[in-house]
Design a protein around this ligand. Structure first.
Ligand code: ATP
Ligand code: MG
Length: 762
């Protein structure tokens, strides 16, 4: 079978386009990624380029892996060492190969977002800066925003004393990172950009090498990424970008959808290919997406159609509580699985990470295997980060962030006073904490010296060991495993530490590309004097960059949980979008201005278009968030979907909901009268938004239902002879038709006819 079979005419045209710049602009599921991957395979197969002569950039590690898998399926070539990855991953690779020219130590380590925040806090403390006036998070955003614009601290425009101070702190932060040999995420890109722009031989080498540069999800590139691409392409390479303006969902991180128009103007010059046939979703799902996104303004405009027929309607469910919603999701998944679907083909999507807890709880209680992407990811778990900190110190003992993390973990009698003393000495002499140890007197100094010796010893003892044995040795010798074994709840943590050993083994076996790439580079560019990064260094940057997928358990058939952001580019047979409530999705931070709201709508468009066959939408009247019960109305996005695409599983009350154009009048949901005064729900700035009480026309659901002389109300505790005690979560009907949904805790939620079931009010 030829590579080019099964492509429609515009897809074929895109895949086989002559080597020139081009833009593929097309909606979700129209085959953009497929076109991009097939084009790579075709270029190689027809001998137009060698596997090392092209570069492909995607947005997530999962997508990059997917691309490699698809390539191998199409072409029997060794994809190892190919330049396919994320912007961060590729920049890391370039910096590893040219660390000297980039002004970095060979062992430079990557700070993830959390590490970066602690480094910033440490900086503010050391500089004696009031962190109320200059909040660490704000400084972090300031720094990252500037870096994403390509600006060093001296280039930041500061008009007032506050931003001048922020810029100065930015400079101090960069100096601290440089001293410690660490780079944060945006620094990877900026440093690499600077390397290429300043160093002509290196730039020319890559410009000469990459004949084709292909970019997926182009709508989400930021300014610096775009400039980086332009720099690499130089005058010679063909830039092939695919994207969908309707799926631009990273504006909050500086993504600039304007790059598409600019690219068309500067590069594509009319070579814009549009794909309109959707191969992913059934008609109802596609209609829902198309109609929804039409509410946005300033779109480039696309029309998607499918040959697949309508398919099942989209099911909608309204719950009274978030846990009831989660229960329902689990029940539906059970029946999907009973119909023979694989769990890994089922995804539960949500707007914010915090929503996963309730869902996870329900899945866990039901014994349903699941896997969370994003959130607290494997490499971000406390114990794993501790282990990584030891490994990082072995690579580079001068990295103060890692030092502070584990110097007294497990406890070794090193107190806050000793550490302050150490920090003072280090600051005075401009050295790292490690280098200052010898100057701390007394018992504290002694303990510190023992810790430093432990690091040196572990380095010595693991010389020449294979990667996974290094990790295995360190989790024991550091005292981490013995420590957690003594802890009551430590078993799972020990398991994760052992999993880290597996992850190291898997990495060495499969993902060793940094060595290959640098090795290949060393041959093609001998003048650069490239040295290979140690396997440990490569593994540590993998751990910092990896989207946290725990690859060892990748094979398990598990339900997939992730935020909508993380689901970009992926597809599943069945998709649940939960928490469709005003304030949650669309998110309250974005709701008040049109640009924010439109980004939320694009996010909803992304979510809806992930589904191939089945789509489920749900919302709940109440939700526990950040320790408080919140009362939400259903999302406006639900009413932006044509009614004929939907099938309501719960009665559609017609009450909740939707702002008419202009958005001032809000209907209510059934529990309204039981709500605390609106201002009591803990919201502040956005309260006015929720506080509007026009347009309520609600049935008094809280009035209860009377059956046989007994009054049942929502929220009431009842007892059943067989199911035990439960709480009424909803009521419907009246008289002999009256029904109650009752949550019986252990046995779950049951719907009972009140006239028949013998219930006692307790
Ligand atoms: P997104 O915007 O969500 O990233 P996309 O445009 O990248 O979507 P793909 O993921 O490439 O779309 O394709 C969507 C689905 O349609 C995939 O399962 C793909 O294999 C399938 N597909 C694409 N083109 C064809 C075709 N010509 N024939 C059959 N299936 C196709
Ligand atoms: Mg895609």
């Amino acid at each position: 079978m030829s590579l080019l079979d099964n492509l429609n005419p515009p897809q074929l045209a895109a895949v086989t386009l002559e080597p020139r710049h081009a833009l593929v602009l097309a909606g979700a599921g129209s085959g953009k990624t497929r076109v991009l991957t097939t084009r790579m395979a075709w270029l190689i197969q027809t001998g137009q380029v060698s596997p090392h002569g092209l570069m492909a950039v995607t947005f997530t590690n999962k997508a990059a892996r997917e691309m490699l898998t698809r390539m191998t399926a199409m072409l029997p070539i060794n994809t190892r060492g190919m330049w396919i990855g994320t912007f961060h991953g590729l920049c890391n690779r370039l910096l590893r190969a040219h660390y000297r020219d980039a002004g970095l130590p060979q062992t430079f380590q990557i700070l993830d977002t959390a590490d970066q925040l602690s480094a910033i806090k440490r900086l503010l403390k050391a500089a004696g800066v009031d962190d109320e006036k200059y909040p660490p998070r704000q400084l972090q955003n300031f720094i990252n925003g500037a870096k994403e614009e390509g600006l060093r601290h001296t280039a930041v425009e500061a008009y007032d004393s506050f931003s001048r101070q922020m810029a100065e702190l930015y400079g101090m932060y960069d100096a601290q990172c440089q001293r410690e040999g660490v780079v944060d995420f945006p620094e990877l890109l900026l440093r690499c950009f600077e390397l290429l722009s300043r160093n002509a031989p290196i730039r020319e080498h890559y410009q000469h090498r990459f004949r084709h540069i292909l970019v997926d999800e182009f709508q989400d590139t930021n300014r610096l990424q775009y400039r980086w691409l332009k720099l690499l392409a130089g005058g010679g390479a063909a830039l092939f970008a695919v994207g969908d303006d309707d799926q631009s969902i990273y504006a909050f991180r500086g993504a600039n959808v304007g790059n598409m128009a600019e690219f068309e103007r500067e590069y594509a010059h009319g070579a814009v290919i549009r794909l309109e046939q959707n191969y992913r979703s059934y008609g109802h799902i596609l209609d829902a997406a198309n109609t929804l996104i039409r509410n946005n303004s300033g779109r480039l405009g696309k029309n998607l159609w499918t040959e697949r027929g309508h398919g099942e309607p989209i099911r909608v469910y309204e719950a009274m509580t978030d846990s009831q919603e989660a229960q329902w999701v689990v029940e539906e998944i059970r029946s999907l699985v009973a119909e023979g679907r694989q769990r890994r083909e089922i995804a539960i999507l949500y707007r914010s990470n915090a929503q996963s807890r309730v869902l996870e709880h329900a899945l866990f209680s039901a014994g349903m295997p699941y896997k969370v992407y994003g959130g607290l990811r494997f490499f971000e778990r406390q114990e794993v980060k501790h282990a990584l900190a030891y490994l990082r110190l072995m690579e580079n003992p001068h990295e103060d962030t890692a030092w502070m993390r584990v110097v007294n973990f497990p406890a070794r009698g090193i107190g806050a006073r000793t550490l302050e003393q150490l920090a003072d000495i280090a600051r005075a002499s401009g050295s790292s904490l490690y280098a200052a140890v010898a100057q701390v007197p007394g018992r504290g100094g002694n303990n510190l010296a023992q810790f430093a010796a432990l690091i040196d010893r572990m380095r010595f003892e693991t010389q020449n060991l294979p990667l996974h044995e290094i990790v295995d040795h360190v989790i024991e010798a550091s005292g981490l495993v013995p420590h957690y074994l003594q802890e009551k709840e430590g078993a799972e943590r020990v398991e994760n530490l052992r999993e880290l050993v597996n992850a190291a083994a898997a990495f060495a076996a499969e993902d060793g590309y940094p060595f290959d790439a640098a090795g290949a580079l060393a041959q093609t560019l001998p003048e650069a004097g490239i040295e290979l990064p140690s396997p440990l260094a490569a593994f540590l940057s993998h751990a910092a960059l990896e989207a946290g997928d725990n690859q060892a358990s990748e094979g398990q058939d598990a339900v997939q949980l992730m935020t909508v952001h993380a689901a970009k580019g992926l597809e599943f047979e069945a998709v649940f979008i939960s928490g469709l409530e005003e304030g949650l999705f669309p998110h309250e931070n974005s709701i008040l201005e049109q640009a924010g709201l439109e980004e939320e709508r694009r996010l909803m468009y992304v979510a809806v278009t992930r589904a191939r066959e089945r789509l489920y939408l749900s919302f709940s009247q109440t939700r526990m968030l950040h320790g408080q019960t919140r009362y939400h109305m259903r999302s406006r996005f639900l009413s932006e979907i044509p009614e004929e695409c939907l099938k309501w599983l719960t009665p559609k009350t017609g009450l909740a909901g939707l702002p008419p154009a202009g958005g001032s009048s809000w209907a209510r949901s059934a529990w309204d009268d039981d709500r605390p005064a609106r201002g009591d729900t803990g919201r502040s700035s956005k309260d006015a938004y929720y506080g509007s009480s026009q347009g309520y026309a609600g049935r008094r659901a809280d009035a209860g239902v009377e059956v046989g002389g007994v009054l049942f109300k929502v929220g009431q505790s009842v007892a059943h002879a067989r199911f035990g005690e439960g709480v009424i979560v909803s009521l419907s009907g009246s008289g002999t038709d009256a029904q109650a949904q009752i949550n019986f805790g252990k046995v779950g939620t049951k719907t009972l006819a009140l006239g028949i079931a013998k219930l006692d009010v307790v």
